[in-house]
Structure formats: structure tokens, C-alpha cells
Design a protein around this ligand. Sequence first.
Ligand code: SF4
Ligand code: SF4
Length: 169
Amino acid sequence: MIRPSEVASKVKKLEDENLRFCSWLKAHADEEELDARFRTLHEKLFVDYDCCQCANCCREFQTKVKPREISAMAEQLGMTVFEFAEKYTIMIDDDGERTRGFDAPCPMLATDGSCRVQACKPEECVSFPHTDKPDRLSSMYSVLSAASICPVVLEILQRLKQMYGFRRR
Ligand code: SF4
Ligand code: SF4
């Protein structure tokens, strides 16, 4: 598996190839089979992966948070909802709508790469990078976006290319 610090340079080199692979999948892949392959690779690769050694998603992406998630995190840190929201959240744009969230790098990220609110972290953190979810074929933009920072998603893409016998040229 590629090191987290090397993902950005590797992805730059693979940019054209990854775009061609996504187009190729759209033209040739069976949706259900592709979802199953994504899910299998996701489970296999994440099972032993220590995300604390990476934390690229916590450093690079903003995170939307729901009001009930703010309440839970505030309680865990012994703060009022108002104090927590004022100190740690910003307003971010969510497809034209304004919502509260964490800026990047996330203020909940501890220096050892762990999450200070692990037990009640936002749904968006739990579900990232979505590679075990259905409809991957229509979500390839999101897959490529995740691959731009996530070593596991990049590895999944590389293995999918092998599985499908994709010719890299
Ligand atoms: S809440 Fe935790 S898991 Fe989510 S981005 Fe922040 S540090 Fe990462
Ligand atoms: S989900 Fe991906 S980017 Fe986020 S910490 Fe884990 S390996 Fe890194």
C-alpha cells in the first residue's frame, strides 16, 4: 500500500489513467458486479489499516456536521453546544446551502492522528470514503476525489484495474 504522504504525487502521475479507467468502467462494467468488487476490496483493505497513521481525510477535507452531532461531541468534550459550535465549527457551503462543519485540518484531529470524538464522530467521517456503498458507477467522481487523498481508495482503483484487465497503455 502506498504511504499516505505519497498519495498526492502518485495520483498526479495516474490522473489520465484513472480518468480513462473510469470512462472504461462506464462503458463496460456491470453495476452490481462493480459494487461487489468495490465492497470486497474495501473490507479486505480497511480491516487491517490503521487510519490514525494516515488521517489525510481529516487534514484535507472539510466535514459537514449535523446539529445532533454537535450536541454529542460537545457533551463528550464537556462543553455547551454553543461553546463547541463557536470554538470548532465554521459555516461551509453544501451545494449552495450553508451548513455547519469542521474546516480542514479538522480541529478534532489529535496530534497522534486519532480523533478526539471517535465515539461520536460525524456520520460523514464514518461513511468516508464510501467505497462499500452501492452505485459506485454513478459516483466515480466521488471515488476519484477520495483517491486524491486516500491511500486505500487509490489501492482499490489499482486492484480493480487488474481485476478487469484494464490496459494501462
Ligand atoms: S471528526 Fe474526527 S474523524 Fe472526522 S474529520 Fe475530524 S478528526 Fe477526522
Ligand atoms: S479513510 Fe483513507 S484518507 Fe482517511 S484516514 Fe483512512 S486511509 Fe486515510
